[in-house]
Design a protein around this ligand. Structure first.
Ligand SMILES: Cc1ncc(COP(=O)(O)O)c(C=O)c1O
Length: 419
C-alpha cells in the first residue's frame, strides 16, 4: 500500500510521521491524500472517500469549488506575495467587518493560533492586566497561554498542559468549567480585577461538539462587563459556519474581540482579529501591542476568502451545509439515545458513545472514545472519512448532497451493527 510506505518513510522525517498530531491518529497508518473534489477526498491508492473532516472546518463549500478555484488562478497571474498593501485585503476586510463587527477593525494573520495569540496579547495590553480565563476543553491553537487544559489533539494525546510551557506562564491562565457560570463567578470574585480577558469557544468544536447554554454565554458577557475584562469569542470554527454573523449573531451576544480563521481563507492559511477601533488601535503601528507578519493578509488567502464568502452569500451555503448534518442526525434518531448522544449546531456535529448529556469537557472524556475510534475505522473501510479523534468535529459542506448523506447514514448504521 502506497500510504503505508509513505507513512513509514515519513516517520523518519516528521515526529510521529505527520505535521499536525491528529493526522497521525489513524492506526496503523493514515491514508495519504492524492486529490479532493466536492465532498470527496481521494487516497494515494485511488480510493474515494466521503469527507466529513473538510480540512478541519474551512471547506464549507466542499473541496476546490469552481468559483474559488477560478479566482485563485486569476490571482496567481498577478503574483502571490507583495509585502505591500493590496486592494483585495480591503475588500475582504469590508466583507467580514460588515457581518462580524460593523464599524470595527481587523488584523489579518496566518492562522487561528496567531489570531488568538494576538487577541490575548491585545486584551493584556489594552487592560494592563495579566490573567486570562479559559475553559477546560476549549482549544485556541498552539501557543503557550492557551495550552492549559486544552482540547483537540492536546486532549487526544493526553497533554492538555503541554511540556515546554513554563509553569510561571501557565499560572496566568485560570481555568473554569464550560456551561458552569458559577465556576466563572468564583474565579472573578477572587481575581476579577486582574483578569485581562475571558477566551471561549462559543460552541466547542474541539472536545467533539459541545453546545453552549445561552445563559452561560450571557453570564460571561455580564461578568466581563462587571469586572472590565474583555470577552474574546474564539470563532475560528464558528465564524461564517453557524451563521454569517458567527456565534455572536447566532446567540445574540456581543464579544469585545472576535478571532476568526478557517472559512474566511477559503482553505488557504489565514487568521484574523476583529474588534472595535479603540481596542484595535492599540496594535502596532498605531499602538504598542506588537503584531507583524511576512505573510499577513496573504494575497492568495484574501482572494480565496473573498470568493468563498461571496459564494456563500449567493448560495446560502450555511443552510445547505446545516441541512446535511441535520439529515444525518435525524437519520440516526431511531437508534440514537439508546447507544449514543449526538451534539449538533448547524453543520458542526459529533457522536459520543454515552447515553448521558455532553455539556462540558468532563462529560466528553467519559464517553467511550475507543468505540468512537472503532466507528472511525469501520467507516473508512466503507468509504466514509470522519475525524479520527472523538475530540474533533464532523463537518458537513454545502455539497454533501442527499445521495451522499443517505449513503453515509446507511454506512453508519451498518458500522454500528458491527461494533
Ligand atoms: C477554536 C479554534 N481556535 C483556534 C484554532 C487554531 O487555528 P489554527 O489551527 O489555524 O492555528 C483552532 C484550530 O482548530 C480552533 O478550532
Amino acid at each position: 500500500m502506497r500510504s503505508e510506505e509513505l507513512f513509514k518513510e515519513s516517520l523518519n522525517y516528521f515526529p510521529g510521521g505527520a505535521n499536525s498530531p491528529v493526522r497521525a491518529g489513524v492506526k496503523p497508518y493514515p491514508f495519504f491524500t492524492k486529490s479532493a473534489y466536492g465532498p470527496y477526498i481521494v487516497t494515494e491508492e485511488g480510493k474515494k472517500l466521503i469527507d466529513y473532516v473538510m480540512g478541519y472546518g474551512p471547506l464549507i463549500l466542499g473541496h476546490r469549488p469552481d468559483y474559488v478555484l477560478d479566482r485563485v488562478k486569476e490571482q496567481l497571474d498577478f503574483g502571490w506575495l507583495y509585502g505591500t498593501p493590496n486592494e483585495n485585503e480591503l475588500m475582504l476586510a469590508k466583507k467580514i467587518i460588515g457581518y462580524i463587527k460593523p464599524g470595527g477593525m481587523i488584523r489579518f494573520v496566518n492562522s487561528g493560533t496567531e489570531a488568538t495569540m494576538t487577541a490575548v496579547r491585545l486584551a493584556r495590553g489594552y487592560t494592563g492586566r495579566k490573567l486570562l480565563l479559559k475553559f477546560d476543553g476549549c482549544y485556541h491553537g498552539s501557543h503557550d497561554s492557551v495550552l492549559v487544559r486544552a482540547g483537540s489533539a492536546a486532549t487526544e494525546y493526553g497533554t492538555p498542559n503541554s511540556n515546554g510551557v513554563p509553569e510561571e506562564l501557565a499560572k496566568l491562565t485560570l481555568i473554569a468549567k464550560y456551561n458552569d457560570i458559577a465556576s466563572v463567578e468564583e474565579i472573578f470574585r477572587k481575581a476579577g480585577d486582574e483578569i485581562a480577558g475571558v477566551i471561549v469557544e462559543p460552541v466547542i468544536g474541539n472536545m467533539g461538539v459541545i453546545k453552549p447554554e445561552v445563559e452561560f454565554l450571557r453570564g460571561l458577557r455580564k461578568l466581563s462587563n462587571r469586572y472590565k475584562s474583555l470577552l474574546i469569542f474564539d470563532e475560528v470554527i464558528t465564524g461564517f459556519r453557524i451563521s454569517m454573523q458567527g456565534a455572536q449573531g447566532y446567540y445574540g451576544i456581543e464579544a469585545d474581540i472576535v478571532t476568526l480563521g478557517k472559512i474566511i481563507g477559503g482553505g488557504f492559511p489565514i487568521g484574523a482579529v476583529v474588534s472595535s477601533k479603540e481596542i484595535m488601535e492599540t496594535l502596532t503601528p498605531t499602538g504598542n501591542v506588537f503584531n507583524a507578519g511576512t505573510f499577513n493578509a496573504h494575497p492568495v488567502s484574501m482572494v480565496a476568502g473573498l470568493a468563498t464568502l461571496e459564494e456563500m452569500e449567493e448560495e446560502n451555503s450555511i443552510a445547505k451545509a446545516a441541512k446535511a448534518a441535520k439529515s444525518i442526525e435525524e437519520g440516526l434518531a431511531d437508534i440514537g439515545r439508546k447507544r449514543f448522544t449526538i451534539n449538533r449546531v448547524e453543520s458542526m456535529m459529533q457522536i459520543f458513545f454515552t447515553t448521558s448529556d455532553v455539556r462540558n469537557a468532563d462529560d466528553a472524556r467519559k464517553a467511550d472514545k475507543r468505540k468512537y475510534s472503532e466507528l472511525h475505522k469501520l467507516l473508512l473501510t466503507k468509504g466514509v472519512f470522519i475525524p479520527p479523534s472523538q475530540f474533533e468535529t464532523i463537518f458537513t459542506s454545502s455539497v454533501h448532497y442527499d445521495d451522499v448523506i443517505e449513503y453515509t447514514i446507511e454506512k453508519i448504521k451498518e458500522s454500528l451493527a458491527e461494533l
